[in-house]
Design a protein around this ligand. Structure first.
Ligand SMILES: Cc1cc2nc3c(=O)[nH]c(=O)nc-3n(C[C@H](O)[C@H](O)[C@H](O)COP(=O)(O)O)c2cc1C
Length: 329
C-alpha cells in the first residue's frame, strides 16, 4: 500500500503523526515513534509563558540599570537562549536520531519578543514549526475579533523570522470558524484541527475543582471530522485532524473527510504502547486493501462536503427524528 503523504511541503511515509505530548519530549520517545512507523513527530511544546517568565526574572535580577537598555537587551537575549536551550537540544538530537520529519512546537499566547527567537528552531534543524495558540476567551470586555487577531499577529510575526513550514494548531472556540480558518490558511502551511485542552472537572464528594481526564475518547473525533469535511478543498493549506483518533478506522474517517494527515497521542497513552502505532497503520492498509485503494490520494476527501451529494448533511446540527427517543416508549 502506498501511504505516502505530502504534509506542509514535506514528504511523509504515511499520514499518521504523533502529536505534541510527553511521548515526544525525549529522544527515546521520538525514536520509538519512528520505529513504530510514525510519519512524523511533533515535539512537546516549549511554552512562551515560561520563556517570558524566565526572561522577566533574569532582567529584574540583572545588575544592569534600566538606563542601560543595551545591557537589558543582552540579558533578555541570553535568557531566551537559555529558556529555549532544552528544546533546541531536543530538536538537534531528534534530527540526528530519526529519519522522519521533526516538527518543533511552541505554545504561544502573544506575538511578543519570543517570535524573534523562532529562527533558532530552524537553525538547529526543525523541519517545521507548529504553533499551539490558544487564549480562552473569558474576558467580558473583549470581542471575538480581538481574540482572533492574536492568531493572525502571531503567525505574521513568526513568518517574518522563519522560512520553514508553519502549522497552526487551534481549538474550535471561534465564533466564525469557517471564515477564520480560510483567512488563516493563507498564511500557514497547515491547520491542525483541533487541539484538546486541559479540562476541568468537579469532584462532588470533595466539593472541589479537579483536573479532568487528560486523554481523549474515540467519540471525540467526530468534532474535527465534521470541520475537516467542511473545510477540505476550501482552505489554502493542509489540514491535520486531531483529537479522538484511536485506531485505523479513526484515521481512515479523517482522510475520507479530507484530512491531509492525522495527529494522535491519547491512543498510545491508553494502550500504554507507542508500538500500537504499527497496529493502526496495519489496519489502515488492511482497510485500503479491502476497498481496492492503493494510495491515500485515491480516497482522501472522498466524503468531504465539497464532494457530497448531500452537503447539508455536514452542517446538520439538530436531531430531527429520534430513534433513540422511540426506544424509550
Ligand atoms: C500528556 C499530554 C501532553 C500534551 N502536551 C501538549 C503540548 O505540549 N503541546 C500541544 O500542542 N499539545 C499537547 N497535548 C495535546 C495533544 O497534542 C493533542 O492535541 C490532544 O491530546 C488531542 O489528541 P488525542 O486525542 O490523540 O490525544 C498534550 C496532550 C497530552 C495528553
Amino acid at each position: 500500500m502506498n501511504l505516502t503523504t505530502r504534509y506542509m511541503g514535506m514528504s511523509l511515509r504515511n499520514p499518521v503523526i504523533v502529536s505534541s505530548s510527553g511521548i515526544t519530549q525525549s529522544v527515546e520517545g521520538i525514536e520509538r515513534c519512528a520505529e513504530a512507523g510514525a510519519g512524523a513527530v511533533v515535539l512537546k511544546s516549549v511554552f512562551e509563558e515560561e520563556i517570558q517568565a524566565r526572561t522577566r526574572g533574569a532582567v529584574e535580577s540583572s545588575l544592569f540599570p534600566t538606563s542601560f537598555p543595551e545591557g537589558q537587551d543582552y540579558v533578555e537575549r541570553y535568557s531566551h537562549e537559555r529558556a529555549f536551550s532544552h528544546h533546541l537540544e531536543l530538536v538537534r538530537k531528534a534530527k540526528q536520531a530519526v529519519p522522519i520529519p521533526v516538527i518543533s512546537s511552541v505554545h504561544c499566547v502573544s506575538s511578543g519578543g519570543w517570535t524573534d527567537y523562532a529562527s533558532r528552531l530552524q537553525d538547529v534543524g526543525a523541519d517545521g514549526l507548529e504553533l499551539n495558540v490558544f487564549v480562552l476567551p473569558t474576558d467580558f470586555r473583549r470581542d471575538s475579533r480581538s481574540y482572533e487577531d492574536v492568531y493572525f499577529r502571531i503567525v505574521e510575526a513568526v513568518r517574518r523570522n522563519v522560512s520553514i513550514p508553519i502549522a497552526l494548531k487551534i481549538g474550535s472556540y471561534f465564533s466564525g470558524l469557517a471564515r477564520t480558518a480560510v483567512e488563516l490558511s493563507r498564511s500557514v502551511d497547515a491547520l491542525v484541527l483541533f487541539n484538546r485542552f486541559y479540562r476541568l472537572d468537579i469532584d462532588v464528594e470533595e466539593l472541589r475543582v479537579v483536573p479532568a481526564e487528560p486523554f481523549s475518547d474515540p467519540g471525540e473525533s467526530v468534532i474535527p471530522m465534521r470541520w475537516i469535511s467542511i473545510l477540505s478543498g476550501r482552505v489554502e493549506c493542509d489540514l491535520a485532524a486531531n483529537t479522538g483518533i484511536h485506531d485505523g478506522t479513526g484515521v481512515v474517517k479523517q482522510l475520507l473527510a479530507g484530512a491531509t494527515a492525522v495527529q494522535l497521542c491519547s491512543a498510545l497513552y491508553r494502550q500504554r504502547a507507542i508500538e500500537y502505532l504499527s497496529t493502526i497503520l496495519d489496519d489502515v492498509s488492511a482497510w485500503m486493501a479491502r476497498h481496492g485503494f492503493r494510495s491515500v490520494d485515491e480516497f482522501r476527501g472522498k466524503l468531504a462536503q465539497e464532494n457530497s451529494d448531500d452537503p447539508a448533511a455536514h452542517e446538520r446540527v439538530q436531531f430531527v427524528l429520534q430513534t433513540a427517543d422511540r426506544s424509550l416508549t
